[in-house]
Design a protein. Structure first.
Length: 256
């Protein structure tokens, strides 16, 4: 019986092909660590080495190191010579400043949308289908609603037509996600989000620039006020000596 020929051996990656592969792995490691911090699987004070992390994620130290230094440059991590990498304490003052910036960007975008008739119909139709629905058809999963909430605000800003504002807005969104995730553990947050988004969306659809004070109030609640309260609760819990912010929040969820 004829022997089955062996498949040819895969060619070793060239220098040209190895660089994009390494960059892709570094991006994956970065995204994984960022998600773990946002979900409080990694909390302030947690320490780890490059070797430990590479072994856990199944990648070499080079993409791990690239991802870690990127996160350090963004202010999430730091490294010490003898004790390795660690998650930095949350800077609540900076988070609150970022919320202030976000609400300014979004108010300017909504005012622009109300003042002009060139808003992309497709973007608004998508938002209407998600947010202007009867109560019985609303989603109930806070995590799912939280993700859609991010996209609601990002879609409105993009629809206003200023690419640089949209870029800065998304950067801010990613930097405050840690608080947004906690915000959507509140039992009342889902209903409030639907109500706030409905006010904003109806104003944009009807091009109503006149009632902007009411829209501004809804936008401030949706973007800024409630997450700031979440930040204050989280800060108080961490001052009390709790090592896990997620555990701290679960003990106070639903209060106020």
């Amino acid at each position: 019986m004829r022997a089955v020929p062996k498949p040819p051996a895969a060619a070793a990656p060239t220098v040209a092909s190895a660089a994009p592969l390494r960059a892709n792995l570094a991006e994956q490691v970065y995204a994984q660590l960022k998600a773990e911090m946002d979900d409080f699987q990694l909390v302030p004070g947690d320490r780890f080495s490059e070797a430990e992390l590479g072994q856990r994620l199944g990648v070499s130290r080079t993409p791990v190191r690239e991802a870690l230094f990127r996160l350090r440059n963004e202010g999430y991590l730091d490294v010490e010579l003898k004790s390795g990498w660690y998650v930095k304490p949350i800077d609540f003052g900076k988070l609150e400043q970022l919320y202030d910036l976000r609400v300014l960007l979004e108010l300017a975008s909504v005012q622009r949308l109300c003042a002009h008739t060139g808003t992309p119909a497709e973007a608004l139709d998508t938002l209407k289908a998600l947010w202007l629905v009867p109560a019985a058809e609303r989603l109930a999963d806070p995590r799912e609603v939280g993700l859609l909430d991010e996209q609601f605000h990002a879609t409105l800003v993009r629809a206003a037509g200023n690419a640089e504002i949209a870029r800065v807005h998304w950067d801010v969104t990613e930097r405050i996600r840690i608080i947004r995730h906690l915000d959507f553990t509140r039992a009342d947050r889902v209903e409030a989000t639907y109500n706030e988004h409905a006010k904003i969306l109806r104003a944009v659809i009807q091009r109503r620039a006149a009632p902007m004070p009411r829209v501004s109030e809804a936008m401030s609640d949706s973007v800024c006020r409630v997450p700031k309260l979440t930040s204050l609760r989280m800060r108080a819990s961490m001052r009390a000596g709790l090592t896990s912010a997620s555990m701290a929040w679960s003990s106070s969820a639903g209060v106020g």
